[in-house]
Unconditional design. Structure first.
Length: 100
């Protein structure tokens, strides 16, 4: 009967401990969006300002999110966003940098 004592976390997308984590979830979402923007815009040479700045902001947002994260699901999303932000930032820096 040990399975009866375990909480049902299968339905929860973000919090595996059954609690709401508004700050951590919003940091994860922001990091993912910034990373996606930085990664996609890094393919275009003329958008190096956008890709480098969104990548830099995504890196700082993701690092703070890692510092305050609680669950593994949050950390997984933050790592994906950090990776995309880092790639977008470095390619944006290679194409012209933060200030053109």
């Amino acid at each position: 009967m040990a399975q009866a004592l375990r909480p049902n976390t299968a339905g929860s997308l973000f919090a595996t401990d059954g609690k709401t984590h508004a700050l951590q979830d919003s940091l994860m979402a922001a990091t993912l969006v910034l990373g996606l923007i930085a990664f996609i815009t890094s393919f275009f040479h003329g958008l190096h300002l956008l890709s480098s700045w969104t990548g830099l902001i995504g890196l700082f947002t993701g690092l703070y999110g890692q510092w305050v994260s609680i669950t593994t699901r949050e950390r997984f999303g933050l790592i994906l966003g950090l990776g995309a932000s880092g790639i977008g930032f470095f390619i944006g820096m290679a194409h012209g940098g933060l200030f053109g």
